[in-house]
Design a protein around this ligand. Structure first.
Ligand code: M6R
Length: 608
């Protein structure tokens, strides 16, 4: 969604801000803008479209002078993507400028109040109320006007504000939206995302919900909503600049696909001690399962697909009933949750609005909440009772790859961990399953090495209008993710279906030459799958079989084959999905799509 960034220091602010904005491009946006204070005046430039347009208008920022500024990439919610609606927004007297990520839910009421008081609105955005409120409450005291303004806002915001009377001070405030303060030497920053800052500083401060920060060249002061100072520690970020760069790959997505064996290893290694899985770092108490009789996992998009694999694994090993729900549905269905339900939320970004809302709902109903999250310091990591980090490193491409596979990996660990806790498996089984999990990074690498034919298959099939992914059991859960990957980056329609369900209606869509991708990695269900493949072949479909290395049954039924290394079937989703990610990637490449920034999508979906 929107990206925000601010700088105050000794350098010319605009070129730095533009560099930082470029690091936020992956979040998805449709316009960008920048405001700096120079000689006690606010100068502002905005541009619809890519950041390049802003660069062209400002000579890469060099045509704007001033050592303090704020900048924004906008993903339109209220009002069309154009120069007027682009941020920053300025007050009528040009005293204040503001950038905002989030949604001010009560903006209509505030707008009416401000219009009645004579304020003139230029844009259709919800954000503009903020800048007029700042002006309305201003009595020569910038801090007070910020405090009063944020006290009126409902919804979500990460805000950066400058005032021409204070040419060395930025205020940044947050509620339900990511915000990080970057600590430099004689310069300081704020941003919606760590990736914007790592090139400048790795020392950051995470402020809490409802707090705000006063950022000057020399100092950062954090306050609670009443204006009382609060102490917040500096955290050192472990990500390096290279981790947020393409490192020789044509796209971040390809780089992130290739990084998976290493990322998965990072998720596993610290959690296996003396051959035993430990999740001490999550903060879960030893007797976490004492009063738990049910698990609900809730998430969105790919994280939801990871949850689907988790259901199979946890139910199979721990024999605890697991329900999986889309976060956007969960909160509005009056869910039956109580303190005996362990609610697990999964999110790469930790900032997805629907997942945050589901988490809050679960907590309100008294359930303990465990979060599986990648981004340290994200809203979800702070709101949950316990956190298991996936340690995937920064994921820049909008389509998640290593974010998803590390989530699945954590669910593998968790399923064995819970099974041990409830005593549904003995020590010997636990230790053999743990060894299987330790094989996953190698299997992930082998899944890449085994399939050099994928670019060729992409060339063969890139003109398809629609594809179907079918499978059973965990294979079906992987189909959901393979299908989403294809549609989100190549814009080819596709559907994932439980193979046995196809004949109950959807088979009507199978006709001559339709491509069906059949995941056939579950030995126990192979014969059933052969029947399903024959059903589609009888209607003229072509079949791309996804099979394990030693399996032969599907070969005669398939037009083409992708191989998956042999591993424990229950844990093999990670190895299975990687060739599907590569297939989606190369199909999108053939079709000349904007792979890292697919149309209409944003990296973290911070609106409901
Ligand atoms: O950051 P999150 O894991 O909470 O994001 C959830 C979904 O928005 C995300 O997985 C989305 O579906 C991706 N575009 C999938 O590639």
């Amino acid at each position: 969604m929107c990206g925000i960034v601010g700088y105050v220091g000794n350098e010319n602010a605009a070129p730095i801000l533009i560099e930082c904005l470029k690091k936020l491009e992956y979040r998805g946006y449709d316009s960008a803008g920048i405001a700096v204070i120079d000689k006690n005046e606010i100068n502002m430039v905005k541009a619809t479209g890519k950041i390049k347009n802003l660069c062209d208008k400002t000579n890469d920022g060099c045509s704007l002078s001033g050592n303090i500024g704020i900048a924004h990439t906008r993903w339109a919610t209220h009002g069309a993507p154009n120069d007027i609606n682009a941020h920053p927004h300025v007050s009528n007297n040009k005293k204040f400028a503001v950038v905002h990520n989030g949604i001010i839910e009560n903006y209509m009421d505030l707008k009416k109040e401000l219009v009645d008081k004579g304020y003139k609105f230029n844009s259709e955005t919800d954000t503009e109320v903020v800048v007029h409120l700042l002006d309305m409450y201003y009595d020569k005291d910038f801090k007070k006007s910020v405090m009063k303004t944020v006290s009126r806002l409902e919804g979500s915001y990460a805000l950066g504000v400058i005032c021409k009377d204070y040419p060395n001070t930025i205020y940044a405030a947050m509620l339900n939206s990511p915000l990080i303060i970057g600590v430099g030497v004689s310069e300081n920053y704020f941003a919606s995302d760590v990736t914007a800052l790592v090139q400048h500083t790795k020392n950051v401060i995470y402020i809490e919900e409802g707090e705000f920060a006063e950022i000057t060249r020399e100092k950062i002061n954090v306050f609670d909503c009443t204006g009382e100072p609060v102490a917040r520690e500096i955290t050192r970020i472990v990500w390096d600049v290279e981790a947020a760069e393409k490192g020789g790959y044509e796209h971040f997505m390809l780089k992130e696909i290739m990084e998976q064996p290493r990322a998965i290893k990072s998720a596993i290694e610290p959690r296996i001690k003396k051959g035993k899985i430990t999740l001490d770092d999550s903060g879960m108490p030893d007797d976490i399962m004492k009063d738990i009789n049910r698990i609900v996992i809730t998430a969105c998009g790919s994280a939801y697909h990871a949850a689907c694999t988790g259901k199979y694994m946890i139910e199979q090993l721990a024999r605890i009933p697991v329900e999986v729900d889309l976060a956007s549905e969960f909160r509005y269905r009056n869910p039956i949750i109580n303190k005996s339900t362990l609610v697990i939320v999964i999110s790469q970004s930790g900032e997805t609005a629907d997942t945050i809302a589901a988490l809050k709902e679960a907590k309100q109903l008294g359930a303990p909440v465990l979060a599986i999250v990648n981004v340290v310091g994200s809203a979800i990591s702070k709101l949950a009772d316990y956190v298991i980090y996936t340690w995937a490193g920064p994921e820049i491409a909008v389509a998640t790859t290593k974010g998803y596979t590390t989530q699945v990996t954590v669910l593998c660990l968790l399923s064995v961990f819970l099974a041990q806790k409830v005593g549904s498996i003995d020590k010997k089984t636990a230790s053999s399953l743990t060894e299987d999990i330790q094989q996953i990074p190698k299997l992930a690498q082998r899944a890449i090495d085994l399939n050099p034919q994928i670019p060729y298959l992409a060339r063969k099939y890139h003109n398809e209008r629609s594809m179907f992914f079918i499978g059973r059991n965990t294979d079906y859960a992987v189909c959901l993710e393979g299908s989403l990957k294809l549609k989100e980056i190549s814009y080819i329609h596709s559907e994932a279906y439980a193979a046995g369900e196809l004949k109950h209606g959807t088979i009507a869509l199978i006709d001559n030459d339709r491509l069906v991708v059949a995941l056939a990695c579950n030995e126990r269900l192979l014969d059933k799958l052969v029947s399903n493949i024959r059903e589609v072949k009888a209607r003229g479909a072509k079949v791309l079989g996804i099979i394990t290395e030693r399996s032969t049954k599907i070969i005669p039924e398939s037009d083409d084959i992708i191989y998956i290394p042999e591993g424990n079937t229950l844990f093999n989703a990670v190895a299975q999905v990687i060739p599907l990610q590569l297939f989606a990637y190369y199909v999108a490449l053939e079709n000349d799509c904007d792979i890292d920034k697919p149309k209409n999508l944003a990296k973290s979906v911070t609106v409901e």
